[in-house]
Write a protein that binds this ligand. Structure first.
Ligand code: UT7
Length: 325
């Protein structure tokens, strides 16, 4: 196999929407501050019975429908999440069981906000080896369950949700040219020295608790713009295209100002950047596939378009993938 291509997308959001004003009634913040500093206007928050696995399964079903496939067609499930239902087994195995396609490969990827980029590159690599023919790659999170709701510097920034894509392996001769559909190039990076800028202060082996998210936002912001523009340049060079060839950037949705600054550094018009942070806030690994699904379903991203996915998160980890849809 020479690579893989996108067959369908789907997404799922919890029913409950929480506005900035609702948060401002509980903590010392304001709609004005949140909108001006982040672009966020609201977020979806999981309720009773909604978990990372249920959201992931809903998104997966919609992606399968979109692809015209059934669960039996899927041999590989990769779930990117930092908020699994259980420490183990992998949330991917819960999704597999809920879909009823047990027997294939299923595992989780932990790379926090860039988890979906790690997951899509991993799935693409496995499909190339022939270990599976079709894959569900899912980003799903319930960050509301690891937030310190008294810490205004973090709790206003995140939301819950899931997004999924179906990938199919392609054989020899189907992905030779950059105008053929498929994943054209991916790059991943990590820098463990930056652990303390964005992390969760708990875990099974350290504190035996789940812990809460902690972030030095201003410093993360600074690293994000530099790391993202660097990795975007790498993928552009690997694929042998120029930035002007890109039809859409689907970025991780952490902060509208990061989206604007990264696009500007790359010389890409803001109209080509898919923005959902206003409605979804930062849904970590779910944000890229959620935004991709929104822009495909509303008709912005069309077959044949060249789409750049990119994200950066805790670790630090960061990455980008270029695909022709
Ligand atoms: O998804 C993983 C990657 N994560 C990110 O990319 C997040 C990157 N960082 C950011 O998006 C921004 O740094 C934040 C949105 C987190 C913060 O924006 P900022 O412009 O960097 O603000 P700041 O942290 O410099 O804080 C400015 C002021 C501070 O007050 P003082 O010290 O100037 O008096 C904060 O205490 O804003 C205050 N502040 C708030 N005020 C009202 C912090 N949070 C809030 C809040 N409401 N929720």
């Amino acid at each position: 196999m020479t690579g893989s291509r996108l067959l369908g997308t789907g997404s799922a959001l919890p029913e409950r929407i929480v506005t900035n004003d609702e948060l401002a009634a509980q903590i010392d913040t304001s709609d004005e501050w949140i909108v001006e500093r982040t672009g966020i206007r609201q977020r979806h928050i999981a309720g009773d019975g909604e978990t990372t696995a249920t959201l992931a399964t809903d998104a997966a079903r919609k992606a399968l429908d979109d692809a015209g496939l059934t669960p039996a067609d899927i041999g590989l499930i990769v779930v990117a999440t930092a908020t699994p239902d259980n420490t183990f087994p992998a949330t991917a195995t819960k999704v597999q069981n809920a879909l009823g396609c047990n027997g294939g490969i299923a595992f989780d990827v932990a790379a926090v906000c860039s988890g979906f980029l790690y997951a899509i590159a991993t799935a693409d690599s496995l499909l190339k080896t022939g270990m599976a023919t079709r894959a569900l790659v899912i980003g799903a999170e319930t960050f509301s369950r690891i937030l310190d709701w008294e810490d205004r510097t973090t709790c206003v920034l995140f939301g819950d949700g899931a997004g999924a894509v179906v990938l199919e392996a392609q054989g020899e001769g189907t992905q030779q040219a950059s105008d053929a559909p498929g994943i054209l190039a991916s790059r991943l990076h990590a820098d463990g020295a930056q652990h303390d800028l964005l992390y969760v202060d708990g875990g099974p082996s350290s504190t035996q608790t789940v812990g809460h998210l902690r972030m030095k936002g201003r410093e993360v912001f600074r690293h994000a713009v530099v790391n993202l523009s660097d990795v975007l340049h790498e993928v552009i060079e690997d694929a042998g295209i120029s930035a002007g060839d890109i039809d859409w950037i689907v970025p991780h949705q952490a902060n509208k100002r990061i989206l604007d600054a990264t696009a500007k550094k790359l010389g890409i018009a803001p109209e080509k950047v898919v923005v959902t942070v206003d409605r979804h806030a930062n849904t970590s690994a779910a944000s890229v596939p959620l935004a991709l699904d929104v822009a495909r379903r509303d008709g912005r991203i069309k077959p044949g378009d060249l789409v750049m996915l990119e994200a950066m998160g805790g670790g630090f980890t960061w990455g980008a993938s270029l695909l022709r849809v």
